[in-house]
Ligand binder design. Structure first.
Ligand SMILES: Nc1ncnc2c1ncn2[C@@H]1O[C@H](COP(=O)(O)OP(=O)(O)OP(=O)(O)O)[C@@H](O)[C@H]1O
Length: 587
């Protein structure tokens, strides 16, 4: 077993501290802080009201009483600059808040749930984006209110689609990650998954977007004021620019102050956003990987009595995907059973429908999947009749899941310990301290030599074999009655594979769990399975005890699979679609 490397400084700690180590970020913060303080302290820094006009001070030069001079109608330039800062900063902030208040939740819900909500939200967003923003704002200012802040609220609504699209895209990306599926399988609800796995990914791009919206808002507000819109009493940098242009030949310096203030504000906020994003360590939303997701639509037949030791009954399971040229059926009438304490191997070549079958039981198929079954009964419960909350509860406690790729199933942003503790505390109703003790106990049980250290580690700090042990610990943490393992050793190197299989077998026996082991490896079947169901092209072609499968396979396809994988067998021949069953055997 590979030892755990000594954890380097955890990456998620001290985002603020890391941002503060960046001189550019510090510079931007200082500039923004100075601008904010100066505009707030305007009454202390100047004795003039921003719209107080004295004819004698028209285009007055810089002096002790007017440090930046007077403007074209005799108002104090410093006073207008300071009070104008308030208008710009408040306006920019308003636009950002409104854009995120409208676009943020819509983007989150649309990206996470898709479906009709996504379609309707997408349509509304397209309509808003088709409307010419500047015309709307001019109309609002002419017909509704001359207040620049009202214009900024309207601008926020107009910019909400940008926020919507960004957040929706980020959520869709992370929603497809395996660790989100893993969190779902561990029984966590949508709220927790959203808070824990989705929001952290959305924050970094949102920060950049916020600074962009802020900058655009300040620019547009200045443009409106420059055109003479806005209340006469409302000092603003845009109005100062307008006045400066009127007097550009007599007093060109008047352009410098509002121009510099606007430029500095926009530059500092944009650069600060970049610095914070870099400190968060996520320049882009994390990698997008398509993956099967939860949803089911099914019509269930009445549940009939099953033998007392029967843990799982699947009958007539069909999974199809709508395609332009007609539905693609990937699971076609699969029936299987698992008894308590029994290990059923689900074997077949790649693409035969093994994972789709397993995910149907877990309720982890994409929204577009069309799933029907005559029966899907787990421990006396009709899975097809369960709502999402009941399914979540069942997935945590009743059915555990061990995935194929351990690393992708752990959220890189969280320590191993916290990823184990949360489902344990939730499902077993334990305090965090009790859940922690249980998680450490489990880490020791799955053969991790230094549980405390792994508990504190991030996924990138442990090896693949260790990550798979962690996931096995997670899968059995709430004492499930059924364990579904989808090619649990495929991503591991050969030496670790045997250890992980041994571990799974001993845990299965110790806890008398039923198990479905999805694999294409007959070596794994021989090691661990009691019974085997062989799948070909979405159908089960043979089900028999493992010994019988090896000693006397009845189906031509099973023999071909065995020939192609067993040592000393003949060279692998091509698998033909037309291979007819010699005899179909069902359990
Ligand atoms: N979202 C989807 N849309 C359309 N077809 C899909 C989708 N997901 C899976 N399939 C198809 O379903 C079939 C069965 O896939 P499945 O993953 O169950 O195979 P498998 O036997 O587990 O293979 P492997 O061992 O490679 O994982 C494949 O042909 C696959 O292309």
């Amino acid at each position: 077993m590979t030892a755990v490397e000594s954890p380097p400084a955890p990456q998620r700690d001290g985002v603020v501290r890391r941002a503060l180590r960046d001189p550019l970020a510090v510079g931007c913060l200082v500039v923004l802080a100075l601008l904010i303080v100066a505009s707030l302290a305007a009454p202390l820094l100047t004795g003039y009201e921003p719209d107080h006009s004295v004819m004698a001070d028209t285009l007055a030069p810089m002096s002790g009483s007017h440090p930046l001079g007077g403007d074209g109608v005799g108002r104090d330039v410093l006073s207008r600059l300071l009070y104008g800062g308030r208008t710009s900063l408040v306006g920019g902030t308003l636009a950002v808040l409104v854009a995120f208040a409208v676009g943020g939740p819509l983007g989150l819900i649309s990206g996470f749930y898709r479906g009709w909500f996504d379609a309707v939200a997408g349509w509304i967003v397209n309509v808003i984006m088709a409307v010419p923003a500047i015309i709307v704002m001019l109309v609002v200012m002419a017909a509704v209110s001359q207040d620049l802040n009202v214009a900024m609220v309207v601008l926020g609504v107009i910019m909400a689609p940008m926020v919507f699209r960004l957040i929706r895209a980020s959520v869709i990306a992370v929603r497809e990650e395996l660790y989100v599926d893993a969190a779902r399988v561990s029984g966590l609800g949508d709220g927790r998954i959203m808070r824990r796995h989705v929001l952290p990914v959305v924050i970094a791009p949102s920060l950049i977007q916020a600074t962009q919206v802020f900058a655009v808002a300040i620019g547009i507000q200045a443009g409106l004021a420059f055109l003479g819109l806005g209340k006469a009493s409302q000092a603003s940098w845009g109005a100062m620019l307008g006045d400066a242009f009127t007097n550009i030949y007599n007093a060109p310096a008047l352009l410098v102050w509002p121009g510099a203030a606007m430029g500095l504000t926009i530059l500092a906020s944009s650069l600060l956003g970049n610095a914070v994003r870099d400190a968060l360590g996520t320049a882009e939303p994390r990698v997008v990987r398509r993956r099967k997701r939860v949803e089911r639509r099914a019509v269930a037949a009445p549940v009939a009595e099953a033998p007392a030791d029967r843990l799982l009954t699947v009958a007539g399971l069909r999974v199809g995907y709508p395609k332009p040229g007609g539905d693609k059926t990937v699971v076609d009438g699969v029936s299987l059973t698992v008894a308590r304490g029994e290990v059923l191997g689900l074997v077949g070549e790649s693409g035969s429908g093994k994972s789709q079958t397993a995910f149907s039981v877990l309720g982890l198929l994409p929204n577009e999947a069309e799933v029907t079954a005559d029966r899907l009964v787990f421990d006396g419960k009709d899975l097809l009749g369960l709502d999402l909350a009941a399914l979540n509860a069942l997935r945590g406690r009743g059915i555990g899941y061990i995935p194929q790729e351990p690393m992708s199933n752990l959220d890189p942003c969280f320590r191993i310990g916290s990823q184990l503790v949360e489902p344990i505390a939730k499902h077993l109703g334990l305090s965090r301290a009790e859940a922690r003790a249980k998680a450490l106990e489990l880490l020791a049980r799955v053969g991790i030599p230094d549980p405390e250290r792994v508990f504190r580690s991030y996924p990138h700090q442990i090896s693949g074999g260790m990550a798979q042990r962690v996931l096995i610990a997670g899968a059995v943490s709430c004492d499930p009655r059924l364990l579904i393992a989808d090619e649990p050793t495929t991503a591991l190197d050969v030496t670790v594979q045997a250890e992980v299989l041994d571990l799974m077998r001993s845990l299965q026996q110790e806890r008398e769990m039923g198990m479905i082991l999805v694999t294409h490896d007959f070596g794994v079947v021989a090691d661990i399975c009691d019974r085997v169901a062989v799948m070909q092209k979405g159908r089960i072609v043979e089900t028999a005890p493992a010994r019988q499968i090896f000693a006397a396979p009845e189906h031509g396809y099973t023999r071909m699979l065995l020939d192609s994988t067993l040592e000393g067998g003949p060279a692998r021949g091509e698998l033909r679609a037309s291979d007819k069953p010699l005899k179909e055997v069902t359990s």
